[in-house]
Write a protein that binds this ligand. Structure first.
Ligand SMILES: [Zn+2]
Length: 385
């Protein structure tokens, strides 16, 4: 089975298809985040119903709770949470690194990094843990995701010397991740478990030469896919696109490109697709929904030369309305007229959602999350042409 096949397209997006044991994913694709084994406020049926083809789980959170033992009893996260489609897990590298140097005050740092791995303190109960490339691969084996990430060190905005050190360590950790991954696959194969594929992560912070050096190394390692990580990614659209443009010529078309943590809103995902990315994930749609921020607008198609381009037109700043505002108290329109999600198609009005939000009714979180996740998933699908 070929993991990834690139396809022709008449849009500016790259198009492709990923095949894993749990199903087929067309790219570009937006992956909703199910941090702790749940896309917040949604049942797997809701997530499937809004068109998501693959979701993401966080190794750091699942390692602390429920832990490997519980997941192994179930044969993995798919069975535990009732998600039948493809699943991707990060390695925990970003979370455990961000507990350390990302914190400006030394006393508030909860992790320290050494060549061997990352020593960190649980945000839940203060217990001490040690995460290594080997532990991360074992844990992702227990979770059983179809796509797993190599263990990396994400660097905050920092001096070049440290960015280089962290990048080189990430490269050494990739080799250790690969050895551990191969051992995990051998064990999984012996008991007939589904096959996993590993991606490597390009680091190098804000420095073009480091990013290029990292991209070359990751591609040469022969991983199934390449990801771009780090603090500079996912924050500002222009910055993300710039980092992608630095390394784009080094990335072969036969491997998918995954931008970690990208997708704050419709324009952000459009920018990332146009920059040449195939996969993204972001907690923004569910997180924004919970705080009352709902995407509203329409995807507009334009023809530039032979290729179609797209932009998202919205009457609201940042492409989202603030449902708690008084102006929506008696607004009979749906969140985004023309939207095909369950919430809008059923006719739930801004007025009703305003009321539910104000009353903190639990139904609000489901209806709002369905709409926001649907919007990003469907915008990316439309970009496939
Ligand atoms: Zn909707």
């Amino acid at each position: 089975m070929t993991f990834y096949t690139a396809l022709e397209t008449n849009t500016v997006a790259r198009r492709g298809v990923i095949k894993v044991d749990h199903g087929v994913v067309e790219t570009p694709v937006f992956m909703p985040v199910g941090t702790q084994g749940s896309v917040k406020a949604l049942a797997p049926e809701d997530v499937w119903g809004l068109g998501a083809e693959i979701i993401l789980g966080n190794t750091y959170h699942l390692y602390l709770r429920p832990g490997a033992r519980v997941l192994e009893t179930w044969g993995g996260l798919h069975e535990f949470m009732g998600w039948k489609g493809p699943l991707l897990t990060d390695s925990g590298g970003y979370q455990v690194s961000s507990l350390g140097l990302f914190q400006p005050e030394e006393k508030s740092r909860l992790s320290t990094i050494s060549e061997e791995g990352v020593n960190f303190v649980s945000h839940i109960d203060g217990s001490r843990h040690f995460m290594t490339p080997e532990v991360a691969m074992e844990m992702q084996g227990s979770i059983g995701a179809d796509i797993v990430m190599a263990f990396d060190e994400a660097t905050p905005i920092t001096d070049k010397q440290y960015a280089r050190q962290a990048m080189e360590r990430t490269h050494r950790w990739l080799k250790r991740s690969k050895t551990a991954f191969d051992a995990v696959q051998k064990k999984r194969g012996q008991v007939g478990k589904s096959r996993q594929y590993m991606f490597g992560i390009i680091q190098g912070g804000e420095y073009k030469d480091l990013r290029r050096e990292s991209a070359k190394m990751i591609v040469e390692s022969g991983v199934a896919g390449v990801a771009i990580g780090g603090a500079s990614i996912g924050q500002a659209v222009a910055q993300t696109e710039e980092v992608v443009s630095w390394v784009r010529d080094l990335l072969p078309r036969k491997v998918p490109l995954y931008l970690m943590g990208v997708g704050v809103g419709p324009s952000h995902v459009i920018g990332a697709v146009e920059a040449g990315a195939d996969m993204f994930d972001c907690v923004a749609p569910t997180k924004l929904a919970r705080t009352g921020l709902l995407y509203s607008g329409n995807l507009v198609e334009r023809k530039t030369g032979t290729k179609k381009t797209y932009h998202f037109e919205s009457e609201f700043p940042k492409e989202r309305l603030t449902i708690g505002k008084k102006q929506f108290e008696q607004d009979t329109q749906v969140i985004s007229p023309g939207c095909g999600c369950y919430t809008c198609k059923s006719g739930f009005s801004r007025s009703y959602l305003h009321h539910l939000f104000k009353a903190r009714e639990l139904t609000y979180y489901r209806l709002a999350s369905i709409h926001n996740v649907y919007t990003l998933v469907q915008v990316v699908k439309r970009l496939r042409g």
